[in-house]
Structures are given as C-alpha cells and as structure tokens.
Design a protein. Structure first.
Length: 369
C-alpha cells in the first residue's frame, strides 16, 4: 500500500534556517569547514527509496570497487563513523590482544583520541621520539627489540600519521624503509590518513602509491577533513592483513546502519578527482598563507616547513590572543619562547585567497598595535 506524504510541519522552515554565521571563516581546523557541494549533492541523490542496511547497498559496493582502483585489486574496505573509530578498529584488527602499538610522540592517536585505543581496544601505545613528527626506522627497530623480553608488551603494529601532526610529510622512500623494517620484525603497519589526500598532492603521488603499494597493511582513509561531513573508511591491503575487521567494526560501535550515506560521500570524493582538487586547494592556500606570514616582519615567522595544509608560526602571545578572537586558529605551543607562542593555521578545501588575505590583515593590524 502506498503511504500518504506527510504535510510539512509549520516549524520546517525554522528548522532549515542556519544557526550560525554562514559567512564566518577560520583557520582552527579543516574539521570546521562545511561539506563540498558535490558531496552534499551525492547525499541528496542517495536519499530516495529503500536499500539494504549495514553496508548491503549499491553505494557501499561501488565504493569498494573505487577504492580497489586506488589501493590495489586485493584491497578491502569498511566504512565507519569517525576517524578515531577508524584508527581503533584498524589497529585492533592488526594486533593481538597482548601486543602494543608504536606511534610518534606527536601522534593524534596518542594525544587527541581520549585514550580510545587503550580503552576500547585494550592496546598499549608506546611513543617514539621525533623532532618533526616523522618516525625514524632506527628508533622503530630499537623499540621493537626492546619490547621482545618476557616482561614487555611485544609490538604488533606501527601507526604513522600522513600528513603528520606537525604538517610534515613522509616520502615514499621513507615509508618504504619503515615498512621493510617493520615487516622484517613481524610488525604490521597502519597509516592514519585523515589528511592522506593532502600528503599525496604534496608529493604528486596516488593514494595507493603512498600506502598499500608500499606494503602498508591498513589505512584509515579520511574524507571528513577534505570536503566530507561524515566520511571515514578503513582500507586494508588484503583480508589477511587485518583479520576480523568486520566483526571489530560492530563491536567498536562503528557499523552504521544507513551506511549508504557514508559511502555516498566517499564515492563523491574518490570516484573521480574531487579528493585531489580539494586537497590541492587547501595546500595552495596554506602555501600562500606561509608566504604572507614571512612578509609580516621580524615579530612573526613560520616555524616549520609547510608541506601540506598546515602552517605553524611564532607570534607574540598578546598578538595571537587578539588575532584568534577575530579569526579562529589554534595555539599549538603556549611555551614556545618567552613572550611568544607557536600557533597552527589549517587551510580547508574551501579556503580562498580572500580568506588568507583577511587573516594576514588581522595579523598585520594586531602586530602594529
């Protein structure tokens, strides 16, 4: 029997009104940006009718084929709800219960995921020293060998962030060396790819060329930071590389019943080149901002190489406080130097030249006060 359409509720117009200033712009995080219009259109297109739930839908099936094109014919994928969930599920699938996971001392999974891997997965994280966010193969080997004794938690996996929390980027050669060392020691490799697209654009390489083609076992591929709204997926090099992925996804509260809406977003991003266009736009905006910061005078300077879509800079503390109240950005190191803080600006897929000029104008004004 055909149902009768429900008449619009009198409050429907009010509910559809934005509750924020849609002209507001900032540099606090690429998480603050909205959805790319093509991704939003894909969501609307996926909304009609009834399809299978929990991933048994044509959008998820199509996404699996698209991702095989990027990551290799043996690759398998599982859509999830959050980036933290993707990391937890992937790392659980790569390790045994008694094993530990190595990560950079700056790793997002270590500092910014609320202890999720330890709490949900019961897996110990061991941090490796780094000055630039990049893990050194020699440090990796030392840590693995140190944990082989009977009183330690042996290392089961290495997790790497690409691009890193400090805006740096692993080259393909660096990654290949890390994978070779790790696999030689019986350790699997995971890439936290929340900003993998930005790294790939920076290096002029494909997504698979920076991960599975080098032997990386599992990738948390992020779309949320690159024009999606709820768009995360774990990609594994082969089913044998991360056994139990599907079961762990459900047990970790990451299996979406209406998975088509996650898959539709990811399809919009990765079926063609939208992921590349978005990341290239963000990287270009960051490069433009970095050049502008260097032209502000001696009281402002970039502090790290700009490789992807993040710019780190040193500013007088008072200047940073006043400027951030006008255009949001993040204080990274409040104790960078006497009277100075290190700040982080993150460009998004929709950051324009006008946005960059506006931030630089605010910084210039506050430096002049």
């Amino acid at each position: 029997m055909t149902g009768t359409p429900t008449a619009p509720h009198p409050g429907a117009d009010a509910a559809a009104r934005p509750r924020h200033d849609t002209a507001a712009r900032g540099f606090a995080s690429d998480n603050a940006a909205g959805m790319h219009p093509e991704v939003l259109a894909a969501l609307v297109a996926a909304n009609g009718g009834h399809v299978g739930s929990y991933g048994t839908d044509p959008y998820t099936a199509a996404l699996e084929e698209v991702l095989r094109g990027h990551f290799g014919p043996g690759a398998r994928s599982a859509v999830l709800l959050t980036g933290t969930g993707a990391n937890v599920v992937a790392l659980q699938a790569l390790t045994q219960r008694w094993e530990s996971v190595l990560c950079s001392a700056e790793a997002h999974v270590l500092h910014d995921e609320g202890g999720a891997l330890e709490h949900v997965g019961g897996t110990k994280l061991i941090q490796l020293p780094t000055a630039d966010g990049l893990v050194d193969p020699a440090d990796l080997e030392r840590a693995v060998r140190r944990a082989q004794g009977p009183m330690a938690a042996p290392v089961g996996a290495l997790t790497l962030t690409q691009s890193t929390e400090l805006g740096t980027v692993y080259s393909a050669e660096h990654l290949r060396e890390l994978v070779t060392v790790a696999h030689g020691l019986g350790v699997r490799v995971h890439v936290d790819g929340a900003r993998l697209a930005n790294a790939a654009v920076a290096l002029g390489l494909g997504l698979g060329e920076l991960t599975t083609h080098l032997g990386v076992d599992a990738v948390s591929l992020g779309g949320t930071k690159n024009g999606g709204g709820l768009a995360e997926v774990v990609v594994v090099r082969s089913p044998e590389a991360a056994p139990g992925l599907e079961r762990l996804r459900k047990q970790s509260l990451q299996l979406a019943s209406k998975a088509r809406f996650v898959s539709a977003q990811l399809l919009a991003l990765f079926e063609d080149d939208l992921w590349l266009r978005n990341a290239a736009a963000a990287n270009a905006a960051a490069a433009l901002l970095a050049r502008g910061v260097e032209e502000l005078g001696s009281r402002a300077r970039t502090t790290r190489p700009v490789r992807a879509n993040a710019v780190f800079a040193a500013l007088p503390e008072a200047v940073a406080d006043r400027a951030a109240a006008r255009v949001p950005f993040h204080v990274w190191d409040a104790h960078h130097a006497p009277g100075q803080v290190e700040v982080r600006f993150v460009a998004s897929f929709d950051t324009t030249g006008g946005d960059v000029a506006g931030l630089l104008g605010v910084l210039r004004e506050e430096l002049a006060r």
